[in-house]
Ligand binder design. Sequence first.
Ligand code: ADP
Ligand code: MG
Length: 613
Amino acid sequence: MSAAPTPGVFAESAAPATAPVRRTSRRPLWIGLLVVVLALVPMLAGNFTVSLLNDIGIGALVALGLVLLTGIGGATSFGQAAFVGIAAYATAWLSTTQGMSPWIGLAFALALTGLSALAIGLLTLRLGGHFLPLSTIAWGLSIAMLFGNVDALGRHTGLSNIPPLTIGGLSLADPRSIYYLIWALVGLALLFSHNLLQSRPGRAIRSLRGGAILLASVGEDAYRVRLTLFVTAALFAGLAGWLYAHMNRFVSPSPFDVRASIEYLLMAVAGGLGHLAGALVGAALVLILKNGLQDVLPLLTQRAGQLEAVAFATLFILLLHFARGGLMGFVRRFTRKRAAAPPRELDTPVEPLPHRTLPERGTPILSVNGAVKRFGGLVAVNDVSFEVKAGEIMGLIGPNGAGKSTMFNLLTCTLPMTAGQVRFLGHDIAGMPQRKVARLGLARTFQHVKLRPHMTLLDNVALGAHSRTNAGVLKAGLRLDRAEERQILQEAQRQLDRIGLGDRAHELAGSLPLGTQRILEIARALAADPVLLVLDEPAAGLRRKEKMALGDLLRRLREEGVTILIVEHDMDFVMKLVDRLVVMNFGSKLVEGVPSSVRADERVQAAYLGSVV
Ligand code: ADP
Ligand code: MG
């Protein structure tokens, strides 16, 4: 029964660990080159090219929001042009009819866009499946219709004579001058988004596709994350709308209708929904193509407008069939590496995140009292009571269909109870949202692993520390969260070291074999600094050697004061590991006791263990 760390067992279980990628990537070189070229364009290119690039920059801002919202967050919006419109009309109205400065218009436009997004998001973001995209079409249509029917907004004629932007007396009326502002803002928005994704809120956003239960298990509310993301994406669109209004000096309803929204979505899809640079590439691709079509189609037919829509629809279908990752996804296929560079946040050791004080060994921390769960007529858990004491490993076993997983879901508050009580650390947790229970110090793993395969091991584990920290979108985007981020990532690295996966921290979680992914989930749970660790079948899918290492790991954790409740099928594994166990059969508790007495119990042998003992 060795208490020594057992690194290496999981580390060697898959492909050999790749050497960490050095930080000297070529990316800064490419970005630098792009910046230089973009800075030179207005001096070398003609009016047409400059105007086209201005449109591309504005389109890229909207598409960037969509890459975050749809590509990374998984919520499809067919109404993004409406936010562009709200901002454009807001600043147009304020600067024409009220004669205010466009800079006040910017504040007003962003405030109005943000509030509209908040209101729409509150109403629609709880809708699941196809209802969310459908609702985006509905509000996209209605907002565009609103612009065309309000007298103060000039109805279908719109608002004209919008003043140009000025910076310290310098007018940006010329496309060549506003060009620099547009592209500076595109650069800043890209930087903000890049920072955001490498942060605490960014990890939550990147986990949205993993489902609400995953986020709840680390103490976060998926709805809140989605709402914040929705507002952020709308603000990018709002910034674009403000630029649009003062660049064109004229607004009318049609550039903000659903057709325009679909065009923005097409930009994001064509460029690559999974990549920030996809927004830029996609906007360029779509707008250059659109310009080309507008030149060519009138030569072929008189119905050029309709043909353009057909051409775009065809492009959409081709993309969905052959290049779902968009152009960036295609490029990345040839450049993607197995491992990422270690983040700088790991370089200088910092003060660790504060720990909870663990309850004294032997005090009851979880007590289940008369738990009942009915699914219609079926009683899956029938009047089950038991207690878990601090510092022990408790097992919950039983034949298939005995109600173990249901019991697990009841005490982690993933499912509501029909009757009964669960107390955890003195709190009555029955009926509490799962994320609140998680924040009290109850960490869980999943029977069907819930990891983010395209995030590194380090990031997956860092997500576990979510509830111990609090940086938000703004702080992260402005990179003011680095002190906390260092603590989070170093904590994640410590937990990876603890389970023996430390030297694979920068590989993608999806590259691990299933058994090792289960171990990784334990590290994520540990990063929450839990009082009670609840594991659902952690040994499933592990090889013998891995099971032994897992057993050693769990014993080591017990020695460090972590309490563990383990739901398990593998009898041999459980019997050697646990201090006490509860046996369930047909939803009821059959026996409770130490392994030797349970093993000897005739009822248990009859129900379940007959063949094993
Ligand atoms: P175990 O994990 O011990 O194998 P479960 O808790 O998964 O058992 O299931 C206990 C019983 O409850 C089974 O008969 C199962 O079919 C039923 N059950 C589990 N979940 C649901 C559900 N969501 N709806 C209806 N019946 C369910
Ligand atoms: Mg089960």
